[in-house]
Design a protein around this ligand. Structure first.
Ligand SMILES: Nc1ncnc2c1ncn2[C@@H]1O[C@H](COP(=O)(O)OP(=O)(O)OP(=O)(O)O)[C@@H](O)[C@H]1O
Ligand SMILES: [Mg+2]
Length: 223
């Protein structure tokens, strides 16, 4: 009984830790979105609004009208582009329309294009559209792993491989970056890996992370 109680307490403790990581992530996501809205959209709408008011000034010379209209058109298109980028990063449309496989393909293509990194992506699984709500977690996990490999690992090559192993859908991820000391992970302030842990738990899967200094990182999770 005592052992079981101890085990249950530990379980509750771990679940609480996961929950607080989820809440902190939600808050930091909100902060990021608010900041992006403020910097990229509101500032442009302000310029548009100001220029629209200027147009109301009576007897404006045609040259000024032309200049003001040009500003309005330019800033409207900038605001539109910024909002498209934001909605795209919040929920990539390809993921919603064509599923996880297409979503990952697009993510890899974007990274290969933006940061000139080599990514090998191979998938032997069929992702059922009905499970798209769960697949968003797999997508977010990969986004975080990619971001870490590029930002911290300075990796030049990444491999992502999906297959069925022991009857479980499994993802094997690795990079060739500088790696890190695993026992340091707990002390890091970042939320990314805590989030990965929560998402895998949410998918009722298991996760293993291996890394050594100067020897890249290898992550295996199932779902
Ligand atoms: N692929 C990797 N290569 C090298 N170091 C890594 C890698 N992934 C994680 N790390 C190390 O683990 C730490 C924790 O990662 P985590 O994603 O949790 O936080 P973060 O990336 O620093 O911040 P956040 O993800 O919240 O923006 C990182 O700061 C980094 O030192
Ligand atoms: Mg991170």
């Amino acid at each position: 009984m005592e052992k079981k109680l101890e085990f249950d307490n530990l379980d509750i403790f771990l679940k609480n830790k996961q929950l607080s990581a989820v809440i902190r992530t939600l808050e930091s996501d909100r902060k990021r979105i608010a900041q992006e809205l403020h910097d990229n959209i509101c500032s442009k709408l302000n310029v548009i609004s100001l220029n629209c008011h200027l147009l109301k000034i009576p007897n404006l010379p045609p040259k000024d009208i032309e200049e003001i209209t040009k500003n309005i058109i330019e800033y409207t298109s900038k605001a539109l582009n910024s909002s498209k980028k934001m909605t795209h990063s919040l929920l990539p449309p390809v993921l919603d329309k064509f599923g996880l496989h297409a979503g990952i393909e697009e993510l890899c293509a974007q990274l290969i294009n933006d940061v000139a990194i080599d990514i090998q992506y191979e998938n032997n699984l069929k992702f059922d559209f009905k499970e798209n709500d769960n697949h968003i977690h797999v997508f977010r996990i990969l986004q975080e792993l990619f971001a870490n490999s590029i930002q911290h690992g300075k990796a030049t090559s990444i491999s992502v491989f999906f297959d069925e192993i022991d009857g479980k859908r499994t993802c094997k991820y690795s990079d060739n970056g500088i790696g890190f000391e695993l026992n340091q992970l707990e002390n890091h302030k970042g939320l990314g890996m805590k989030n990965v842990v929560s998402r895998v738990a949410f998918l009722e899967g298991s996760l293993s992370i291996e890394s050594q200094m100067n020897n890249g990182i290898s992550v295996i999770f199932n779902f």
